[in-house]
Design a protein around this ligand. Sequence first.
Ligand code: HEC
Length: 117
Amino acid sequence: MRRFTLPALLLVGATLSAGDPAKDLPKFQGDLQKYWMDACARCHGVNGNGRDNNGKPLPDAGFDFTDSRKANKKKDSDWVKVTMQGKDKMPAFKDKMTEADAQKMLTEIVRKFAAKR
Ligand code: HEC
């Protein structure tokens, strides 16, 4: 039985953190792509479409960044603000990254989700 203990604990840990997607958000370390995967994809999806790897809608997505028609109506300045200050279920990132980093994240990652479709 003993050898099952560690995997069981890991499973419990994974289940718990999946229950609160805003938990344990890391600080930005300079790699935008990595940060999207570590801090944003859990809610917004790897591809920004608010879906998990099986195409299932994520519960806390809030916005489909691949929808260029909707995304094009949004201003960078507003998006930076939401990223810094949070909104409803969207956590504030002002303690995790600077406003300049957030702007870079939008230009280099978030805006490109819409361009790809
Ligand atoms: C805990 C889940 C969660 C995480 C993590 C998260 N978001 Fe969000 N995000 C949301 C939700 C929910 C909304 C919609 C908020 C609303 O309008 O009510 C949102 C909205 C946004 C918006 C505004 C979209 C609009 O409605 O115009 C931007 C931009 C955004 N997120 C960027 C990011 C970035 C960048 C990261 C990572 C640094 C991130 N989010 C991490 C849940 C999350």
